[in-house]
Design a protein around this ligand. Structure first.
Ligand code: NAD
Length: 278
């Protein structure tokens, strides 16, 4: 078993393993096996969402693992339909029941949907979940600085987390600076660029991989780790799951980090959250 990722403290007083296993696009019938594999490999952090339709299988895998509940960090997210309908409490309870793990470690607003314009009310509706312990931490996903500024100003509650698209050619520097100033943890989805651009063949990845005897994917994930980001790589293959978690046995030098920092093109792969409203 690979040793689990380092823990990062959250503003809620809990902490989160810095590498999590994401289950987006894993079909429900394959999810329990994939999560059981991930837990066996050494992951202690699973990222799902109501929209992924595999919360029940994630919960079943965590229970089947026999691990103490407090050793596994589970995130899920409010589905856009429930957000738009204002059914926040109902949606949260359905997630809690589907997962069947007693409590949720981190509950996120999946997308701000600014044209629907309910995210401030939705955020206000999240606070009781944390207050009564049904969720240990609450946060958001795909929020821009303007959305964060608005929820903080109007509710006085700062999210523990903002989970956003982030990888070497889209480094989210302005957003990360805002997070750092407000004690919000940054979490990267698509940390490996979804394998959609030639990320692994870029010279800084190739050079560092050769220097440390690791793979380019491990270099990218190590860059996230040393930048202080929580990363959620996804793979259905056990060997890649292991590879993606096994990133604590080497360290990138300042020059290697700078070479990856210099790859930023501020270019998204996926939808701009301002344009994603359903
Ligand atoms: P990712 O960057 O993790 O890319 C996954 C792809 O990278 C795989 O399908 C595979 O093709 C490749 N890959 C993985 N490991 C590899 C390795 N070791 N070597 C070579 N190729 C490898 O992107 P993702 O799957 O989009 O995101 C990860 C997780 O983030 C999701 O499972 C989900 O939990 C979360 N997510 C959240 C949102 C959101 O809106 N909050 C959106 C998308 C994804």
């Amino acid at each position: 078993m690979v040793s689990s990722a380092p823990l990062i403290p959250l503003n809620s007083g809990t902490s989160i393993p810095q590498v999590g296993f994401g289950v987006f696009l894993i079909p429900p019938e394959d999810t329990q096996r994939a999560v059981e594999d991930a837990l066996e490999v050494g992951y202690r952090h699973i990222d799902t969402a109501t929209a992924y339709r595999n919360e029940a299988e994630v919960g079943a895998a965590v229970r089947a693992s026999g691990l103490p509940r407090e050793e596994v960090f589970v995130t899920t997210k409010l589905r856009n339909d429930d957000h738009a309908a204002g059914d926040v409490e109902g949606a949260f309870e359905r997630s809690l029941q589907a997962l069947d793990l007693g409590y949720i470690d981190l509950y996120l607003i999946h997308w701000p949907m600014p044209r629907v314009d309910r995210y401030v009310d939705t955020w206000r509706a999240f606070d009781p979940f944390r207050a009564d312990g049904r969720a240990r931490s609450i946060g958001v996903s795909n929020f821009h600085v303007a959305h964060l500024e608005r929820i903080i100003a109007e509710t006085g509650v700062t999210p523990a987390m903002n989970q956003v698209e982030l990888h070497p050619t889209f480094q989210q520097r302005e957003l990360r600076a805002f997070h750092a100033a407000h004690g919000i943890q940054t979490e990267a989805w698509a940390p490996l660029g979804q394998g959609r651009y030639d990320i692994f063949n870029l010279p800084p990845m190739q050079r560092a991989a050769a220097a440390h005897g690791v793979t380019p994917a491990q270099v990218v994930l190590r860059w996230h780790l040393q930048t202080g980001i929580v990363a959620l790589p996804k793979s259905s293959f056990r060997e890649r799951m292991r590879e993606n978690l096994d990133i604590t046995g080497f360290e990138l030098s300042a020059d290697e980090m700078a070479a990856i920092d210099a790859l930023d093109e501020n270019k998204r792969l996926a939808a701009d959250p301002d344009d994603f409203n359903s």
